[in-house]
Design a protein around this ligand. Structure first.
Ligand SMILES: [Zn+2]
Ligand SMILES: [Zn+2]
Length: 370
């Protein structure tokens, strides 16, 4: 059986452990992928902290890219050697939502994904004693190899560096998609983006691509200002008591046409409502803890005609949007190289998360041997 090194969460609050696991071969409709890069995303940390509940032990990592090394029976869309980007929302293509252009809301993938299995309800990772290890998001790609259903893969035509391809699989699609798909931002408008991590910085790139005239980034880490401005923000606002006032001052006294939340905290979601102008649109893309609630007063929404939109995975259609984002990157329209601020080896996964939490990196990537 194939051996793989995989980052496993054994218990909530415990350090992540790189284990040597066995990997069962791909079944019908599945692929074996050799991972080249996997992004260090906050969503995995929600499992470690307990903000997201998940069966354990679980293989972490849901933002990956690699190369197909084996195909199961009946696979038609992929061949050995294809470069693929992993998709953590393996939509069925046939349900109500898939047929209504909302595959991120697909009715069929959520249940197995949250049970920690692949789409057929089973797992492929095994400890040497035979104990199964669950897959986060049907992936678990902090691993030399993964076995995934073909719906979890999207081929990227043309060369894209693995670290960039990995980010297209989550942060970039979530951030750029929130601007282009969810908000459908109008050229010449103003956008205030709360949170300057991988998703927030991708929103900056998306807002610039869409022709926003003012792009304001709000974060508590002053060190994020330089990169935000380099990626296309026009102003950086330090998070704090006067942030909303400063946003109004920079937007004609009205507030921004669009505000985007990329943190996942109810109090920041409330600031987004306050910072949007009357008639403006608030887009909530950060994942708030399960069971949390946000005070979005109806009295304000009605009288000021504000619109609040949720955005899950950038309201994206991965098979349509991943290749499009890769093409924007290749044409120089999206500076995705600029998003990758640090790389690590798999053994340093705990250090990677510690440095993400300290706010010193925007987006880091675990890289694997060729
Ligand atoms: Zn992610
Ligand atoms: Zn579906």
């Amino acid at each position: 059986m194939l051996q793989t090194r995989t980052a496993v969460l054994q218990a909530v609050g415990a350090p992540i452990v790189v284990e040597n696991l066995n990997l069962l071969p791909p079944r019908a409709g599945e692929l074996l992928v050799k991972i080249q890069a996997a992004g260090v995303c906050h969503s995995d940390w929600h499992l470690v902290s307990g903000a997201t509940q998940h069966p354990l032990p679980v293989a972490l990592g849901h933002e990956g890219a690699g190369v197909v090394v084996e195909t199961g029976a009946g696979v038609t869309r992929f061949q050995v050697g294809d470069a693929v980007c992993l998709n953590w929302a393996p939509a069925c293509g046939d349900c109500f939502y898939c047929l209504h252009a909302s595959p991120s809301l697909c009715e069929t993938y959520l249940e197995p994904i949250w049970a920690g299995t692949l789409l057929d309800g089973s797992t492929r990772y095994r400890r040497p004693d035979g104990q199964p290890v669950y897959h986060y998001c049907g992936l678990g790609c902090f691993s030399d190899y993964v076995v995934v259903p073909e719906q979890s893969c999207v081929a990227l035509p043309g060369p894209v560096p693995p670290a960039v391809a990995a980010l297209i699989g989550c942060a970039v699609t979530t951030g750029v998609g929130a601007v282009l798909n969810t908000a459908q931002l109008r050229p010449g408008s103003s956008a205030a983006i709360f949170g300057a991590g991988g998703v927030g910085m991708s929103m900056v790139l998306g807002a610039r691509l869409a022709g926003a005239a003012r792009i304001l980034v709000v974060d508590r880490a002053p060190a994020k200002a330089a990169l935000a401005l380099r990626l296309g923000a026009t102003h950086f606002v330090l998070a704090g008591e006067t942030a909303v006032e400063q946003i109004r001052a920079l937007t004609g006294g009205r507030g921004a046409d669009y505000t985007f939340e990329a943190v996942g905290l109810p109090e920041v979601q409330e600031l987004c409502l306050a910072a949007a102008r009357p008639g403006g649109t608030v887009v909530l893309a950060g994942l708030a803890p399960m069971g949390s609630s946000t005070n979005l007063p109806g009295a304000v929404l009605t009288r000021q005609e504000k619109t609040v939109k949720g955005s899950y995975y950038g309201s994206a259609h991965p098979r349509r949007d991943f290749p499009a984002l890769a093409a924007f990157y290749r044409e120089g329209l999206l500076d995705l190289d600029g998003l990758v601020t640090r790389t690590y080896r798999l053994e340093a996964i705990n250090q990677a998360y510690a440095e993400m939490l300290s706010g010193e990196v925007v987006r880091s990537v675990v890289v694997f041997d060729e």
